[in-house]
Design a protein around this ligand. Structure first.
Ligand SMILES: O=P(O)(O)OC[C@@H](O)[C@@H](O)c1c[nH]c2ccccc12
Length: 264
């Protein structure tokens, strides 16, 4: 595992231990059951994707470990509405505080402002966090294979299904893609950003698409800045794209989203 992920996993495990001590599995599960019903995340992507035009998962992200502060004027409900108006199919909301300046509250705020299904973008190291994600309103969770073993990944996936959520399984290389296939993932992400160098190579999507599960919906993640980038990952196998920084840096997020998607 890379240093960044190892550092994040360490503080997450401590954070989750404290949260579990404060809220039992039964209690978090009751909150999950009481939450607004899940919106179909994978279904929304499948409905929106066309052959040359992948569906957009638009990310609400204030900062990142590699880029520092990305957007100063940060208003999750306004950003959610701007993305929806610009043509996004789904939202991704960073809830991790220490590395991304996120907050659990941003997820519910963004979700309440739109009709779009929402991914809770965080680092899951314990099945308890799946119920917590649902309680916060998440329609989809993220499973980062680089951070956890197959046993835990399988537990996170079955917990997500138990709560009626989708799970985006994130891969970085061929061995992680093989693990995603074995897990039976139906929504698989290829992160084009190296965890080691933070460098982006959009060719990663096409390389891993070749061995992706046949019936999985493939999401190209990270480093997508232009309509040409969108066309490239669509051509090499992506039915959806996950975009944060390039849209977060624009003053007019709706216009930038429409431009990226070539909606004129
Ligand atoms: O801002 P970008 O380069 O458009 O990337 C978005 C998204 O792919 C990235 O934020 C991301 C991909 N996988 C993650 C895992 C955790 C946190 C963040 C991420």
């Amino acid at each position: 595992m890379t240093d960044v992920l190892a550092r994040i996993a360490a503080y997450k495990r401590e954070d989750v231990a404290a949260r579990k001590a404060a809220t039992s599995q039964a209690e978090i599960e009751a909150r999950a059951r009481a939450a607004d019903a899940p919106r179909g995340f994978r279904r929304a992507l499948a409905e929106r994707a066309t052959p040359g035009g992948p569906a957009l998962i638009a990310e609400i992200k204030k900062a990142s470990p590699s880029k520092g502060l990305i957007r100063a004027n940060f208003d999750p409900p306004a950003l959610a509405r701007a993305y929806e108006a610009g043509g996004a199919a789904c939202l991704s909301v960073l809830t991790d505080g220490p590395s991304f300046m996120g907050d659990d509250a941003y997820l519910g705020q963004a979700r309440a402002a739109t009709a779009l299904p929402c991914l809770r973008k965080d680092f899951l190291v314990d099945p308890w966090q799946v119920a917590e994600s649902r309680a916060l309103g998440a329609d989809c969770i993220l499973i980062i294979l680089a951070m956890i073993d197959d046993a835990l990944a399988g537990e996170l996936l079955s917990e997500a299904r138990r709560f009626g959520m989708d799970a985006l399984i994130e891969t970085h290389d061929e061995s992680e893609m093989a693990r995603a296939v074995a897990l039976g993932g139906d929504l698989v992400g290829v992160n084009n950003r190296s965890l080691r160098t933070f460098e982006v190579d959009l060719a990663t999507t096409g390389r891993l698409a070749a061995t992706a599960p046949a019936d999985a919906l493939l999401v190209a993640e990270s480093g997508i800045f232009t309509p040409d980038d969108v066309a490239e990952v669509a051509r090499t196998g992506a039915s959806a794209i996950l975009v944060g920084e390039s849209l977060m840096r624009q003053a007019d997020v709706t216009a930038a989203t429409r431009t990226l998607l070539s909606l004129g």
